[in-house]
Design a protein around this ligand. Sequence first.
Ligand SMILES: [Zn+2]
Length: 108
Amino acid sequence: MKIAPETDASLSEAPLHEAVARNILLAEVHAWARRIGVEDRIREIHIRPMKRKWASCSSRGRLTFDVELLRQLAKKRTEIIVHELLHLKVPNHGPVFRALMKAYLKEK
Ligand SMILES: [Zn+2]
C-alpha cells in the first residue's frame, strides 16, 4: 500500500543529516511492518518531538516516533519500532504481546 508522506512539512525544513536519518527510520519501520504483517494497518507515520515517551500508536494506524529516536542506536530503535508495530496486532502489554516482542527481537 501507499503511505502518505508526512504532513507536517518537517522533512523539507530539516537539515540534510536529519532528513537522511528520518528516511532511514521510516525504512526501518516499513521493513518491520512487512515482517510483522501490519503494513496495511499503517495510515500515517510522524516523527516529531514527544515529551514523555519514545513513540505512540493509535488504533487507527497513526504512528508517532520521538525525533530523539534518530539519535539512538539500532538496538534501541528496533525495540521501539517493534513495540509500536505490535500494538497494531495486540493493543495491550499482556503475555501474547510480550511473547511476540521476545520472538521478534531474538529473530533479528
Ligand atoms: Zn506499548
